[in-house]
Design a protein around this ligand. Structure first.
Ligand SMILES: NC(=O)c1ccc[n+]([C@@H]2O[C@H](COP(=O)([O-])OP(=O)(O)OC[C@H]3O[C@@H](n4cnc5c(N)ncnc54)[C@H](O)[C@@H]3O)[C@@H](O)[C@H]2O)c1
Length: 315
């Protein structure tokens, strides 16, 4: 109960109308933008792909509609803001300079260290000295990301799960350099969007993806070797283990490109070859069949999934 009170007090300390910046208008960036907008924060989402910016508003609209339905049709979001207002709080831009006034930036660009390095170096130049940089990285050590900035004490990992608006918890990665104040303020931001932090130490893949990425890769290998078809692989996990979703549908929801990138990051940072993407996963990514967001992966998807990208995955 003491912890709960602490989190509520910290949440109250976070300025209500302060600007939140999101880098990357993809699956996660759009979902995280929804979380903050539904809590009443103005949000600017920046992406360097005009296609992602163009499709962002429709995907945000679909995300808000799905979340509203799953919350029982209430016109209020979980965190309190009317659903219609949330959409109007989000702006879309190609310029990182538009987030100069942000108190918090959540970096949700693709899982590529060079990309994240370029973004963090530029943000460090653009944003005010107090701004916190939170990365949604799946696997890259947060200490490494902090080293790209002159403010490693204000860099932290906030690993939102997919779909972000529907999950109650965020894996928060504290690097050795991350300050107590940064952790406390980050917990405050998360409390404001109705989520609690599960704080873990910094390591490649943290807790979630050190385990999950190997599982997804092995499920793909089992399918590729012909041990079972995709439906049967997934049903083994659902019917025998009680998982809400099997590993191959989860992989399609996350994005097979994101999984292959994450495995390569894990392989590079651990030096362990067991993280090498299996042949089937590598082939599907090379063919552009990266899961729901492309219309096919281990399964085929109807067009409405491309807008909604909903489900009960993780990431
Ligand atoms: N998909 C998941 O289930 C999931 C879950 C948790 C964490 N993550 C992590 O979240 C991050 C984003 O993943 P995603 O699934 O949203 O990927 P995505 O491919 O859907 O979106 C990534 C976006 O980043 C943009 N981008 C690339 N370079 C950029 C740059 N220099 N400036 C601005 N935008 C840039 C791309 O145009 C794209 O729109 C990754 O680090 C990923 O590992 C993903």
């Amino acid at each position: 109960m003491g912890d709960q009170t602490d989190v509520q007090q910290t949440a109250r300390a976070v300025p209500a109308g302060s600007l939140v910046g999101i880098v990357g208008a993809g699956t996660m960036g759009t979902g995280v933008a929804q979380c903050f907008a539904e809590a009443g924060h103005p949000v600017v989402v920046v992406d360097n792909d005009p296609g992602a910016l163009a499709s962002g508003p429709a995907r945000l609209h679909a995300g808000i509609r799905t979340a509203t339905l799953l919350r029982g049709g209430s016109r209020q979001s979980r965190a309190g803001a009317p659903a219609s207002r949330a959409e109007s709080l989000v702006t879309w831009s190609a310029e990182l300079a538009d987030m100069a006034a942000a108190v918090l930036v959540v970096e949700c660009a693709r899982e590529d260290e060079d990309t994240k390095e370029r973004i963090l170096r530029e943000l460090d130049r653009i944003c005010g000295p107090e701004a916190i940089f939170a990365s949604n990285t799946s696997c890259i050590p947060v200490s490494r990301l902090g080293s790209f900035t002159g403010r490693p004490d204000r860099v932290i990992g906030t690993h939102f799960m997919n779909p972000a608006p529907l999950k109650d918890a965020v894996e928060v990665i504290r690097a050795p350099e991350t300050s107590d104040l940064t952790l406390e303020r980050t917990e405050g931001f998360l409390a404001r969007v109705g989520k609690h932090a599960l704080v873990v130490r910094d390591a490649p893949g943290f807790v979630t993806n050190r385990v999950l990425m190997l599982t997804l890769n092995e499920a793909a290998a089992v399918l590729g070797e012909g041990t079972a078809d995709a439906e049967t692989v997934d049903r083994v996990f659902q019917d025998c283990f009680g998982h809400p979703m099997g590993p191959l549908r989860t992989a399609d929801l996350i994005g097979l490109d994101t999984i292959a990138d994450s495995l390569e990051v894990l392989r590079r940072h651990t030096g362990e070859d067991r993280f090498r993407p299996c042949p089937l996963l590598a082939r599907l990514v090379a063919e552009g069949k990266v899961g729901r967001k492309s219309g096919s992966g281990f399964y085929q998807y109807a067009p409405q999934h491309l807008a909604a990208r909903g489900g009960t995955g993780h990431g």
